[in-house]
Design a protein around this ligand. Structure first.
Ligand SMILES: Cc1cc2nc3c(=O)[nH]c(=O)nc-3n(C[C@H](O)[C@H](O)[C@H](O)COP(=O)(O)OP(=O)(O)OC[C@H]3O[C@@H](n4cnc5c(N)ncnc54)[C@H](O)[C@@H]3O)c2cc1C
Length: 382
């Protein structure tokens, strides 16, 4: 990523702020301890990776049904500007996040009532932030994870939390926004241009991410809330006087919807007790964030990710990857994390390829072969 996205370029020129960042361990030996991703450039990088690896991409297109022969999936039906079309496939990997294809194929899944699902989120980015007051105030008045009442492993309790709450408490006190809104600004990606690339602030409960009416309502309500949040930050926040919303999210963020019932359903116990599996396809650090349970990966502890959580019951030659893999409520806080989605994505891709090559179903694939192919690609599986 370009050096222009180094968040500390300007900050380093402001000795007072640099000192604060050093105290917090954010700058060590003059170097920032983390980099932010240039999210816009990453889209181009992803396009390039797909083109270079020979993937045939079809954008602006939705899967709307599964083509079945008995209990074996043979492809999907799509709808797009080109109309209704079919894509036939020897193997299908459902990466819709919501297990749409598994649902169309008749695979068993679970989905809690919307009142019990994690919230949906309207992220936005901000420009025009005055760095000195913002960084000073954020670091000086930072709280700890303990303030949030999370159930943790213990080590997280005294960790600093970059969550902004005070401006919204004041806005709610003064009647600027409803008191029942759950507002807390998890901010990330502060750039040298006074931008905050991710304001993860608008959290809306009781939305069913598989219902178009709920999605529409949340999409529009999310923008309304973001604007009120920005007004509250301008009035009560530090460094936001001249700030404005740079852009809204490209779409609503879903944290939880359908989860397949797998041949194995991973558990909270597995995720926090370094579970080991014969059918491992990769490893994930002990990282859980859901339902007020928080484990931050700082120890090197990890669990192995079993192939079984990607394998739906009853349907052949269908695998799922990403947040809809099988598991219990708390383990979802681990398997929904991007690093685990990457593991299940790569693992299912390799398993599907090996099963085609060997002319066996995904369920009967030779796992040692899958594992050695993954290791050959540099994946750590044990
Ligand atoms: C606000 C927010 C903050 C988060 N922060 C973090 C974090 O800091 N760290 C972390 O590790 N994780 C984080 N997560 C979790 C993580 O980002 C997600 O769980 C993960 O990206 C899910 O990936 P996925 O590929 O399974 O699903 P998605 O990212 O939801 O991707 C699914 C894709 O499939 C497409 N699609 C859906 N249905 C269809 C269909 N029928 N036909 C065709 N295409 C379809 C969608 O348009 C989308 O592009 C966050 C999540 C949210 C919402």
């Amino acid at each position: 990523m370009g050096a222009s996205m180094d968040p500390f370029v300007v900050i380093k020129k402001v000795p007072f702020v640099t000192g604060l960042l050093e105290d917090e361990g954010l700058i060590v030996d003059g170097k920032p301890t983390y980099k932010i991703l240039d999210t816009e450039m990453f889209k181009y990088v992803a396009d390039t990776l797909l083109i270079e690896s020979g993937v045939v991409s079809v954008l602006h297109c939705r899967a709307v049904d599964a083509i079945m022969e008995g209990n074996t999936i043979k492809g999907i039906i799509t709808e797009s500007k080109s109309g209704r079309q079919a894509i036939l496939a020897k193997r299908v990997i459902d990466c819709t996040g919501d297990a749409d294809i598994a649902n169309f194929a008749g695979a068993p899944f679970r989905q809690d009532s919307k009142e019990k699902l994690m919230e949906v989120t309207s992220n936005f980015s901000v420009s025009g932030v005055d760095l000195i007051p913002f960084v000073t105030d954020s670091i000086r008045n930072t709280g700890t994870m303990k303030d949030w009442g999370y159930r943790t492993s213990g080590k997280e309790d005294d960790m600093a939390s970059s969550v902004l709450v005070e401006p919204f408490k004041k806005a709610q006190r003064d009647g600027m926004m409803p008191k029942d809104w759950h507002v807390a600004a998890y901010w990330a990606g502060l750039t040298e241009h006074g931008e905050i690339l991710s304001m993860n602030t608008v959290h809306m409960h009781s939305i069913d991410p598989t219902n178009v009416w709920d999605l529409t309502r949340a999409e529009m309500e999310g923008r309304r809330r973001a604007i009120l949040i920005m007004e509250a930050l301008k009035k009560y926040g530090s460094g936001f006087k001249n700030a404005r919303i740079r852009n809204f999210h490209h779409s609503l963020g879903t944290k939880e919807s359908r989860k397949i019932i797998g041949t194995y359903n991973i558990t909270e116990h597995d995720c926090i007790n370094q579970a080991r599996f014969k059918d491992t396809i990769g490893i994930c650090p002990e990282f859980i964030d859901a339902y007020h349970v928080l484990y931050i990966p700082t120890t090197g502890r990890y669990f192995q990710v079993p192939y079984g959580i990607t394998m739906p019951q009853k349907v052949e030659n269908l695998l799922v990857a990403g947040r809809c893999v099988a598991g219990d409520k708390i383990s979802h806080g681990a398997t929904r994390q991007i690093n685990c989605c990457i593991v299940t994505g790569q693992g299912t891709g390799v398993a599907a390829a090996v099963s085609v090559k060997d002319n066996v179903t995904c369920r009967n694939v030779n796992l040692s072969k899958v594992q050695s192919k993954l290791e050959g690609q540099g994946v750590r599986i044990a």
